[in-house]
Design a protein around this ligand. Structure first.
Ligand SMILES: Cc1cc2nc3c(=O)[nH]c(=O)nc-3n(C[C@H](O)[C@H](O)[C@H](O)COP(=O)(O)O)c2cc1C
Length: 414
C-alpha cells in the first residue's frame, strides 16, 4: 500500500511533497503555519483577507484605527459608499505580511497567498489588483484565486514583471467554473499552473448552493480530469475538501490528482491562528454541531459550528474600520439585515440578526467558527489532557501524518 510520500507534485522546476495546506482567512492559516508546510517540502498558504488588521496585530501598525478615525463621521450612516480603502496602505500592509513570510522561509517548499475575489472592498478591481501585485512584489511564490469566478483577475496583473514566473492557480467547484475561467483568461496567453478542485465538504465558503450534499468531490475531479485530457490540457489538479487521512489523499493521487489541499486537520495545530479556546470547540464538535448556512454576506453558503458567537449576533456594522465585503456600491447584505432589525425593535439596546452575520468583525475576532465537515473527527486525531481538554498538535505532526500514514490510520501525538 502506498503513502503520500510515494508521490511528488511537479510545478515548473519545483518538486514538492504533494500536500498543500489551504488558505484560511482571517489569519487562521498564519505565516507560521505556511512556514512549516514549506519547511517540510509542501506548500503553505497565507491569506490576504483583512490584511491591515493582521499586520496591526503582528507588527503594531495602526491601519484599522486610522481608517476608523478617518470615517468616524459615517458610523451612524447606513450608506457606506464613502468608506474607501487607501490603496497605498493596503499595499503597505500586504508588503509587511507577505514580506515577513518570504524572508523567514526555509526548506524546499513554497508559500502561496489565498486571494478571495469576494473581498470586494468597495472597489473590487482596484483593491484586488493592489493585493495581487504587491504580493508578487514582496516575493510570494504563488497566488491561489479563491471565492469567486475571477474572470478578470489574470488581466489585472498581466503587466506585472512576475506574471509568467509566479505560480497562479484557481479554486473551482465545477467543470463549468473552470471552463469559464480558462475562456476569459486565455486572452492573457497564460494558463493557470494548478487547479484546486474544492468539493462540498470543505471549510470556509462553498462553491455550491444549499444542495451541496448532492455533490461529491471524486466525481467532480473525474469529470474535470476527463475534460482536460480531451482538451489536451496538462494542468495539475489538486482536490480539496474532506481529505482527512493520508490514505484519503493517496486515493486521489492514484486517480491522477497531482496533490491534495487540506485544511481542517491543521486548525488544531499550535501554528494555526485560532485561539486555543476556539480550537477546543473544534475538537469538541459533534457531527450535529456543524451546519452549512447562508449567513455570509458574500452570498456563498458557509460551513460553521452552530454554537459560534457570530450566529445571531446583532453588532452594529463595522465598515468604517473594516468594510471588506462592501460591494462596488458600498453596500453589504448585513447592513440591510441589521437596519431592518433595528427598525423592527425601536429602543432595544441589543438586537439579534439571524439571517446574516457581520463577517468582518466576527472573522477578525475568531468568533465565526468556520470549519470543514470532518471537524467532528478531530477529536480522534489527538489525546486528552488530564483536565479533559484535547492536546493541541504541531503542524509538523499533522503534515507528516498525511505524508506517511497508511491503511486509513491517523497517528496520535507522542
Ligand atoms: C477554518 C477554515 C477557513 C477557511 N478559509 C478559507 C479562505 O479564507 N479562503 C479559501 O479559499 N478557503 C478557505 N478554506 C478552505 C480551505 O482552504 C480548504 O480548501 C478546505 O477546507 C479543505 O478541506 P478540509 O478542510 O476538509 O481539509 C477554509 C477552511 C477552513 C477549515
Amino acid at each position: 500500500m502506498k503513502c503520500v510520500d510515494d508521490f511528488r507534485l511537479r510545478l515548473g522546476k519545483h518538486e514538492l511533497v504533494p500536500i498543500m495546506v489551504g488558505g484560511m482567512g482571517v489569519d487562521i492559516s498564519t505565516v507560521a503555519l505556511s512556514l512549516e508546510a514549506a519547511r517540510l517540502g509542501g506548500i503553505g498558504h497565507i491569506s490576504d483577507a483583512m490584511v491591515p488588521t493582521v499586520t496591526d496585530r503582528r507588527f503594531n501598525t495602526k491601519f484599522v484605527k486610522d481608517k476608523l478615525k478617518q470615517y468616524k463621521f459615517n458610523v451612524e450612516n447606513a450608506d457606506k459608499s464613502v468608506v474607501k480603502f487607501d490603496l497605498d496602505i493596503l499595499a503597505e500592509a500586504t508588503r509587511l505580511h507577505v514580506g515577513s513570510a518570504m524572508e523567514a522561509k526555509k526548506g524546499d517548499g513554497l508559500i502561496f497567498i489565498n486571494c478571495m475575489e469576494k473581498l470586494t472592498m468597495n472597489a473590487p478591481k482596484e483593491t484586488l489588483r493592489v493585493r495581487m501585485q504587491t504580493a508578487m512584489d514582496a516575493g510570494i511564490d504563488g497566488i491561489t484565486l479563491a471565492a469567486g469566478l475571477h474572470l478578470g483577475s489574470f488581466s489585472l496583473i498581466e503587466d506585472h514583471p512576475r506574471f509568467r514566473d509566479v505560480k497562479l492557480g484557481i479554486i473551482v467547484s465545477s467543470l463549468r467554473a473552470l471552463q469559464l475561467f480558462l475562456k476569459k483568461s486565455s486572452r492573457t496567453g497564460r494558463l493557470p499552473d494548478y487547479v484546486v478542485v474544492e468539493g462540498p465538504l470543505a471549510g470556509g465558503h462553498l462553491g455550491f448552493g444549499m444542495d451541496w450534499a448532492e455533490y461529491d468531490l471524486a466525481t467532480i475531479v473525474a469529470e474535470i480530469r476527463a475534460w482536460m485530457q480531451a482538451e489536451q490540457l496538462d494542468i495539475p489538479l489538486i482536490p480539496a475538501g474532506g481529505i482527512f487521512t493520508g490514505s484519503d489523499a493517496v486515493g486521489f493521487l492514484e486517480n491522477g490528482a497531482s496533490a491534495v489541499q487540506v485544511a481542517t486537520r491543521f486548525t488544531v495545530t499550535r501554528e494555526c491562528g485560532l485561539p486555543e479556546k476556539v480550537q477546543q470547540e473544534y475538537f469538541k464538535a459533534t457531527e450535529d454541531d456543524i451546519e452549512v448556512n447562508q449567513l455570509s454576506p458574500t452570498g456563498y453558503p458557509m460551513r460553521m459550528i452552530k454554537s459560534c458567537p457570530a450566529i445571531g449576533d446583532g453588532i452594529r456594522p463595522n465598515c468604517e474600520a473594516y468594510g471588506y465585503l462592501l460591494d462596488a456600491n458600498g453596500s453589504c447584505s448585513y447592513i440591510q439585515a441589521y437596519n431592518r432589525e433595528v427598525a423592527a425593535h425601536p429602543g432595544e439596546r441589543r438586537i439579534k440578526v439571524m439571517d446574516k452575520t457581520c463577517l468582518c468583525t466576527h472573522m477578525r475576532n475568531f468568533d465565526c467558527w468556520t470549519c470543514g465537515q470532518y471537524t467532528y473527527r478531530l477529536k480522534d486525531t489527538t489525546r486528552r489532557n488530564e483536565d479533559g481538554s484535547y492536546q493541541i498538535l504541531s503542524a509538523e505532526h499533522v503534515f507528516k501524518d498525511y505524508q506517511f500514514s497508511k491503511d486509513g490510520k491517523v497517528a496520535l501525538p507522542d
